[in-house]
Write a protein that binds this ligand. Structure first.
Ligand SMILES: Cc1cc2nc3c(=O)[nH]c(=O)nc-3n(C[C@H](O)[C@H](O)[C@H](O)COP(=O)(O)OP(=O)(O)OC[C@H]3O[C@@H](n4cnc5c(N)ncnc54)[C@H](O)[C@@H]3O)c2cc1C
Length: 431
């Protein structure tokens, strides 16, 4: 497996003799790259500090059998208003606008059409109930009976969409996303992660550089890293809410409100397994299977995305956590067993595991995307509010409506950059 994101030619050492940047940006994911681009556009100098030896964070494309494959984000959600879709289009990148196969069950296997209708009707009913008569607890699971026959299906869907089951989900937060989202989901066959990493071209980035503390200092901030200190006039911190809440970066002065807000926005977990097919003609291109209807802990199997000889397995929530803890072999066994039950016992023999992601174990990320705990939808606004003139936070968890996505992260990075730039250049801020 080779990594498409080779060290960029703009990689620098944090202590390279470039003088002090106006703004130090912690994290080279979508939010950090967006913030850096905007600041440079506005005339500020920047330095991005990234703990991993690569760009992109949760946007990560790798090359498998010569094909670019996304291990993190893959879909440009709400595509017609997604700023990254517009950017990709502007660059002349190939965009796939075809409808995803998620809602279809190949040959109705183990999921007869009538049950499919009933299952999706149950999903619609849940949405109506959440809007019309939301539970006082703000806990999504309180809107569906524990013994509802479709409860496992609904929990399973939630584990894919939110990274957690309904009992951990704030209704208000979920609706803020859902009400703003459209049905248009596009893809970049060249890789969403590769595209986002390419957007960092020309920006100074110090890879493999972990920030351990950020402190106010005369005229700005000092960031301690494991490769030396960096001084800047201001900083934007784009690390995930879990990394922030864990206190991996010491902040002086302490910012308890922001850290508590981050703790109310934990990351759920979704992992992917990529399987190579030796007999791709066994299933149609762009088809899909849901593993089981009778339990939440099941896989979603995207067969031959873009017609490629691959199966993309998606595992979410408690199942993803259990299998990540059990190890890659257990995760692969689980997926092959479910595929064997669906497509016949010979089918798994034609599959070779290529990659198993472990987003929860990635220490500088620690999960897939954020959800708000019940009763804590307000936390996103708290986290997004700049705590100091010289510091603010960005990243998907800061987005009120597009949290959990790459474009939400991107927009939050632009907002943070505008805030910081207004302070640096002495202009009034539009809060
Ligand atoms: C399996 C999976 C599937 C997904 N599917 C989609 C999808 O289809 N569509 C979509 O829009 N979104 C999807 N997402 C979510 C999307 O990828 C994220 O919301 C988005 O990329 C987050 O960007 P970010 O900049 O907020 O954070 P990150 O990408 O996490 O960037 C933060 C960066 O900070 C770095 N960092 C952390 N600590 C430090 C430190 N101390 N010092 C320096 N650097 C540090 C991290 O290494 C990381 O690179 C998916 C995510 C996963 C995991």
């Amino acid at each position: 497996m080779s990594d498409l994101q080779t060290a960029p030619s703009n990689a620098v050492s944090p202590s390279s003799p470039r003088g002090e940047p106006d703004v130090a940006i912690v994290g080279a994911g979508a939010a950090g790259i967006a913030a850096a681009r905007r600041l440079v556009e506005l005339g500020s100098s920047v330095l991005i500090l990234e703990a991993l030896p690569r760009l992109g964070g949760r946007a990560h494309t790798v090359e498998l059998h010569g094909l670019p494959v996304d291990l993190g984000c893959g879909w440009l959600h709400s595509a017609e208003r997604n700023p990254l879709a517009a950017l990709a289009e502007g660059q002349g990148r190939l965009l796939d606008r075809s409808e995803g196969a998620w809602r279809r069950q190949l040959h109705d296997i183990d999921f007869p059409p009538r049950e499919q209708r009933d299952a999706w009707a149950a999903y619609m009913r849940l949405g109506e109930r959440l809007r019309r008569d939301p539970p006082a607890s703000d806990r999504a699971s309180d809107a569906v009976a524990a013994d509802d026959p479709w409860r496992p299906f609904l929990d399973g869907l939630s584990s894919f969409v939110n990274g957690v089951e309904l009992d951990q989900l704030s209704v208000r937060d979920f609706l803020a996303y859902d009400d703003a989202a459209s049905e248009a989901n596009w893809r970049l066959p060249g890789g969403y992660g590769a595209f986002i990493a390419d957007l960092a071209a020309g920006l100074p980035v110090a890879l493999s550089t972990r920030v351990t503390s950020i402190a106010e200092a005369p005229g700005g901030v000092v960031l301690e890293t494991d490769r030396g200190a960096v001084r800047a006039r201001a900083a934007i911190v784009t690390v995930s809410s879990d990394v922030l809440a864990r206190g991996d970066i010491r902040l002086a002065p302490a910012l308890d409100d922001h850290l508590h807000a981050a703790a109310a926005l934990p990351l759920g977990l979704d992992n992917k397994i990529l399987l190579a097919m030796s007999e791709p003609d066994a299933v149609p291109a762009e088809s899909h299977l849901l593993g089981r209807l009778d339990r939440a802990g099941t896989g979603s199997y995207y067969l031959r995305p873009f017609g490629r000889p691959l199966v993309e397995v998606f595992l979410g929530g408690a199942l993803a956590r259990d299998l990540e803890a059990a190890g890659d072999a257990a995760a692969v066994d689980f997926a092959l067993r479910e595929l064997g039950e669906l497509l016949g016992s010979e089918f798994p023999a034609s599959l070779t595991p290529l990659v198993v992601t472990r987003w929860g174990a990635e220490r500088t990320i620690s999960g897939s995307y954020s959800h708000a705990r019940p009763g804590r939808a307000d936390a996103r606004a708290v986290l997004a509010r700049p705590p100091r003139p010289w510091l603010c936070f960005a990243g998907e968890a800061c987005s009120a409506q597009d949290y959990s996505t790459a474009h939400g992260a991107w927009r939050s990075g632009l907002d943070a950059a505008d805030w910081i730039a207004a302070g640096l250049h002495g202009k009034g801020r539009a809060t």
